[in-house]
Design a protein around this ligand. Structure first.
Ligand SMILES: [Zn+2]
Ligand SMILES: [Zn+2]
Length: 170
């Protein structure tokens, strides 16, 4: 588990050290729900910002502190004036942070780039895992369906075998 307070403070001072002025963050939300994005920045009606950070960034030890800070900084840079889009000043500031500190802050970052291969942000919502006895292919299903019920009748699309191992996750 990473120390979110410390990382956030480090990000803020690194940004400030380059003379970049960030907006007021009203609330930081650690998002525990399975989501496909690492962070999100929302402009509130009063001109302040709410930033969401995926909980897995803090809890998943495969993700480095640097990768976690890249997301925090990515979102903080959205709070600068006129920086809600990934263009213009947002982009210029991101490039500046990357050059100065060796970050790799980009518009979109995949799971692999966070150091996690085959990252499945939705893994908690998966109900069944089917493994093909023929080739080892895996199929994930979030809910009951014809397939989850009658899987014995279905052939593997990769090898054609009808030899599924069913595992109920939750
Ligand atoms: Zn963004
Ligand atoms: Zn197969």
């Amino acid at each position: 588990m990473k120390d979110f307070e410390r990382l956030r403070q480090e990000c803020l001072s690194e940004i400030a050290a380059l003379g970049i002025k960030t907006g007021t963050v009203r609330e930081w939300v650690i998002n525990t729900r399975a989501r496909s994005r690492w962070g999100q920045c929302r402009l509130e009606p009063d001109g302040t910002y709410t930033i969401q950070i995926a909980e897995s960034l803090l809890t998943d030890d495969r993700i480095s502190e640097k990768a976690c800070k890249e997301t925090i900084i990515h979102e903080l840079l959205h709070t600068c004036k006129g920086c809600m889009k990934h263009q213009g000043r947002w982009k210029a500031n991101a490039v500046m942070m990357n050059c100065r500190y060796g970050y790799n802050i980009k518009r979109v970052t995949s799971g692999k780039e966070k150091g996690v291969e085959n990252y499945k942000p939705e893994r908690m919502t998966v109900k069944y895992v089917f493994t093909c006895g023929g080739c080892g292919a895996t199929i994930y299903r979030k809910r009951d369906s014809k397939f989850t019920k009658y899987y014995r009748r279905y052939g593997c699309t990769r090898c054609g075998a009808t030899d599924w191992r069913k595992k109920t996750v939750n």
